[in-house]
Write a protein that binds this ligand. Structure first.
Ligand code: HEM
Length: 171
């Protein structure tokens, strides 16, 4: 069902995200990420600038924003807060302009998860699930339609239908 890929996070999952993010060396994470991305998908290299210093800082800032932007809703679960949805959507639009395709997202998210795993020697199944969900929410906000409105279930369900195949399956 729908909740498998984009269900809201539980309090424990948000706590896990924050905890694991704090444990990471952010510069090293960015370095691992770009190194693995270009090793695995060399054709993507030409989309990026030669010097990745600024981009590394920016991308990690977005992850930080996402990790700390899950907000508890009346249903007790955690959704990305409305205020960050529009900026993330604009970021997604900027990507499209730069030549990024929707099908690139699962590739990037997969490498990102792998980099996080390498960065944290004790990356539990719970942590992995929390990160998969968070990356699904981030991806939906960037490329899903209609995410500039409150992420109630109906709206979310509509907007992510077209990208659900690009998201992590979350057990
Ligand atoms: C997973 C979610 C992603 C996040 C959080 C993210 C984050 C960012 C940020 C913050 C920027 C800088 C934008 C600016 O300069 O204002 C950027 C640029 C860029 N990203 Fe992403 N990105 C994501 C996914 C992707 C994907 C899937 C690709 C596909 C290869 C990609 C390729 C690029 C490229 C080519 C640029 C432009 C570099 C430049 O010309 O300066 N990103 N990204």
């Amino acid at each position: 069902m729908n909740q498998d890929v984009i269900r809201p996070l539980t309090e424990a999952e948000v706590a896990m995200l924050k905890k694991t993010f704090r444990l990471m060396d952010r510069n090293r994470l960015a370095m691992r990420f770009y190194t693995s991305l270009f090793a695995r998908y060399p054709n993507l290299r030409s989309l990026f600038p030669t010097d990745l210093t600024e981009l590394s800082t920016k991308i990690v800032s977005v992850f930080e924003l996402v990790v700390f932007s899950f907000q508890q809703q009346p249903d007790g679960n955690y959704h990305l807060q409305t205020e960050v949805l529009q900026p993330l959507k604009s970021l997604g639009a900027l990507h499209a302009k730069k030549g990024v395709e929707e099908t690139h997202y699962p590739l990037v998210n997969g490498i990102l998860l792998e980099s996080i795993r390498l960065e944290l020697p004790e990356f539990s199944a719970d942590a992995e699930r929390a990160w998969k969900l968070a990356l699904n929410h981030l991806t939906l906000a960037m490329i899903g339609g209609g995410t500039n409105v409150a992420p109630d279930h109906e709206t979310m369900a509509d907007s992510y239908q077209h990208i659900r195949s690009l998201l992590f399956r979350v057990p």
